[in-house]
Design a protein around this ligand. Structure first.
Ligand code: NAG
Ligand code: NAG
Ligand code: NAG
Ligand code: NAG
Ligand code: NAG
Ligand code: NAG
Ligand code: NAG
Ligand code: NAG
Length: 607
């Protein structure tokens, strides 16, 4: 039985039929049991990592920590998530910053897997696992989870709380990698935290002392609000929400909704407190099966005309839509995270792709819609994927900020039109061009009268999407050029129309992929030349605050494949990370050649 047949039998959901048709960039297995045996054997397990900035807490001893879960994910496919009691930190532990730590190790043949961590159905982390080697690998994901404070330290201490981790893995004679995971929470007192970046890996002690460090203690007027702003993500909010409601599915299915097609709308009814003065919906999204590489999917007509046996189609436009009572209120085109089996698995060792260990979540400010939501009635929040095919894992957290008593909310204006997508498809047999262009401009305005007075918030959002996919030389050469661009603004004014706060977020996500396939020297093998050039650019501007992230990866490589197993090959991955906020800068460059990190330089000096 060849590997493709085994996969058809065993991996019905996560790795749908890897067929070597000219239309599909398949998901690969970096197989070491099938390769030619020329790889170097290191005896020590290797650490895998994602290039990002260190957390301000990295060098600090936590005030307290909670070891939440230790579990070995063996043959967990189709099982509900692993669920344990969540024990909050002791009340004697004074903390204002929380970090989730996901440590894992694995050894043996194994695909990459998707995983999620929830407390009481609220998602805290979406992560994916790298493909292990014979000698074993380990990795450590740390994420600032301060924004989930109300879930981490619930006020009703008599309630039962649960922590769940979903990681569907298959272990049998062929796939031997069991994934050992430890999840813990580290709680820090803000007396101890230095802002912004107290540790830069590779720094000497002298460099560390030379760098301008701003201690929160020395910064007299820095209140907690400011600290939170510094520590949160680009799209920041002044303080953690008072309450977070899960917009997620059943425990058995792993909380996330499995969205199978474009007409599949998953809903959750919520009745929110009339004390709510601010609401933000945070979306978690990942794409799998026939939509894992949605950005490279050609049109259905191309697949039909060429009688190709693949489900990877339906064009290359996707958007996650959010509705309230079936009315569209917001949308997100997700950053295209490439998992470690994607395009060329040799790219992603030991440095994984942008976002692969900490998939970005996306915030949609629903404050202007409080007029619809806060009438003490139940409302249906819906999640769907425009043009989606099987399958997407989507859920959301509704962050709510509560006043002391009831507020009065009104939705003054609301215009969220559907995306106008222009498509231009042209093909002759296996060669063709698939062009897409879409644009959407949304406005929402609402007012909330609370103990803060009468506050108006206006949200405008402009989203642009462009994609060009070309197939040449009988479909053996594929080129993608995609660009996602978004500009959002929030203006908050008082009753006299005086500006209190304004935030502007600009995002661009360009992605270029080339794949050239030719015959290999052995029968049923092929040679593939692959490149990925991708950027994540995010810019945030507040009244007194700004921060910029420019991140990029540039990967080139070639590989010999048989079915979907990589037999041999070589690959380079060059990543850079440049971040700047009003406290300072952080930049890091990592160069990987043939799986070896040849350079890893970090600096905290502003250019
Ligand atoms: C394995 O390495 C040897 C010696 O370096 C080389 O001659 C041979 O071509 C390599 N085999 C493969 C399949 O790469
Ligand atoms: C998980 O924790 C246990 C107990 O402390 C330890 O023995 C094991 O090495 C840890 N595993 C990982 C992957 O960190
Ligand atoms: C879409 O997916 C849903 C949920 O799996 C299913 O019930 C429905 O039949 C599907 N619709 C189409 C048109 O395939
Ligand atoms: C809100 O609804 C709940 C029941 O869903 C009811 O008990 C409560 O009295 C209502 N509050 C107000 C202010 O109407
Ligand atoms: C911005 O800074 C000015 C001067 O320090 C201050 O008066 C104002 O309140 C700040 N605005 C915001 C929104 O933080
Ligand atoms: C891959 O790249 C090499 C070196 O540039 C070239 O010789 C070879 O023809 C390419 N293979 C394919 C399938 O394009
Ligand atoms: C990516 O790297 C290749 C060489 O490895 C270089 O030729 C190319 O210009 C780079 N592209 C970008 C966008 O940096
Ligand atoms: C990010 O990129 C923009 C546009 O290229 C540039 O103006 C800005 O200086 C960059 N910022 C950082 C922190 O690298």
């Amino acid at each position: 039985m060849n590997i493709a047949n085994i996969l058809i039998l065993l991996l019905p959901l996560f790795f749908a039929v890897p067929i070597q048709s000219s239309s599909s960039p398949p998901h690969f297995l970096k197989s070491f049991t099938q390769n030619s045996g020329n790889e170097t054997i290191n005896d020590a397990p290797q650490q895998y990592f994602e290039v990002k900035r260190p957390l301000p807490t990295d060098a600090i001893t936590p005030a307290c920590s909670v070891s939440a879960l230790t579990y070995s994910f063996g043959n967990t496919y189709g099982s509900p998530p692993v669920t344990v009691d969540y024990i909050p930190p002791p009340v004697t532990c004074q903390w204002s910053l929380a970090v989730l730590e996901f440590r894992a190790e694995c050894k043996g043949e194994q695909y990459d897997r998707i995983a999620g961590v929830w407390i009481d159905g609220v998602e805290l982390l979406r992560t994916s696992t790298p493909q292990p080697t014979e000698d074993g690998i380990f990795w450590n994901v740390r994420k600032d989870v301060t924004r989930y404070s109300s879930i981490l330290s619930p006020s009703q201490d008599d309630d039962d709380h649960t922590l769940s981790v979903m990681l569907e893995n298959i272990v049998n004679d062929e796939f031997t990698g069991v994934i050992h995971v430890n999840v813990s929470f580290l709680f820090y007192s803000d007396d101890d935290v230095r802002v912004p970046l107290s540790v830069v890996s590779g720094d000497s002690e002298a460099q560390r002392l030379n760098r301008k460090l701003i201690s929160v203690q020395t910064h007299e007027n820095v209140d907690k609000i400011e600290l939170d702003r510094v520590l949160n993500l680009l799209y920041s909010y002044d303080k953690p929400a008072d309450l977070i409601l899960p917009i997620s599915g059943d425990l058995d299915e792993g909380f996330w909704f499995r969205i199978q097609n474009e007409s599949d709308v998953e809903t959750k009814n919520v009745q929110i407190s009339q004390k709510t003065y601010k609401a933000v919906l945070e979306l978690y999204v990942s794409f799998h099966g026939d939509d894992e590489f949605w950005y490279m999917n050609p049109s259905d007509s191309y697949i039909e005309a060429n009688h190709l046996a693949t489900g990877r189609a339906h064009g290359a436009y996707r958007e996650v839509l959010v509705t309230i009572d079936r009315k569209l209120v917001g949308s997100v085109i997700p950053f295209p995270v490439i998992f470690t089996g994607g395009i060329n698995p040799l790219f992603w060792e030991p440095v994984v792709s942008i976002g692969a260990f900490d998939l970005p979540s996306y915030d949609i400010d629903l404050t202007p819609f409080l007029g619809l939501l806060s009438d003490n009635k139940s409302h249906s929040i819906g999640l769907q994927v425009a043009d989606g095919i099987s399958f997407w894992l989507v859920d959301a957290n509704l962050h709510l900020w509560l006043d002391h008593s009831n507020v009065k909310a009104e939705t003054l204006k609301h215009k969220v039109p559907s995306m106008e997508v222009h498509r231009h498809n042209q093909f002759q047999q296996l060669d063709g061009e698939f062009e897409l262009e879409g644009e959407r401009e949304s406005v929402a305005k609402g007012s909330v009268t609370s103990s803060f007075g009468n506050i108006k918030s206006e949200y405008t959002d402009k989203l642009k999407f462009k994609s060009k996919l070309k197939f040449k030389d009988q479909g053996t050469r594929k080129q993608l050029n995609q660009r996602i661009k978004r500009k959002s603004k929030i203006r908050i004014t008082d009753e006299n129309d005086k500006l209190i706060q304004s935030l502007q977020v600009e995002i661009t996500y360009p992605l270029k992929i080339n794949i050239e396939t030719g015959p290999g020297s052995d029968a049923d093998t092929s040679v593939m030349n692959t490149t990925v050039v991708q950027e994540r650019n995010e810019k945030f501007n507040g009244v007194n605050d700004s921060r910029v992230l420019n991140q990029s990866q540039n990967c080139t490589g070639s590989m010999v494949v048989k079915g979907n197993a990589v037999l041999s090959g070589s690959a380079d991955n060059h990543q850079s990370y440049d971040y700047k906020d009003r406290f300072g800068c952080y930049s890091r460059k990592v160069d990987v050649i043939g799986g070896d990190v040849v350079a890893d330089v970090a600096s905290a000096v502003c250019a």
